[in-house]
Write a protein that binds this ligand. Sequence first.
Ligand SMILES: [Ca+2]
Length: 100
Amino acid sequence: MADETRRWGNLPMASGRLETTEATIGGADDITTGSGIDIVLGGAQGDEIDLGDAADIAIGDHGYIVWAVRADALKVIEATVTDNATGGSDTIRGAAARTS
Ligand SMILES: [Ca+2]
C-alpha cells in the first residue's frame, strides 16, 4: 500500500485546498511542471501551462482546487474558477502518461 501521506514529494499531505487570493494580481506566466503530481492555478492574464507526467490538476484563472488522495489515486473534490474577468486566454497542455 502506498504511503498516502507522502504523495506530494516530501510534503505530508493527503488532502488539501489550494486557491488564489487576488484575481487582479499576476502576469502572463509560463509554468512548466515536472514529472510528479502537480496542482497549478494560473491566475490573472493569459498563461502558458505545461504539465508533466502524472495526474495533474490545473485551472488557468483565479479560483480554487480541493483534492484528496484516495485508494492510491488523486481525486478532485472540487475545482472552481471564481473570477475569470482578468484571467486572459490560457493554454494548458497535459502529458500522455495519465492512466485514469
Ligand atoms: Ca489566466
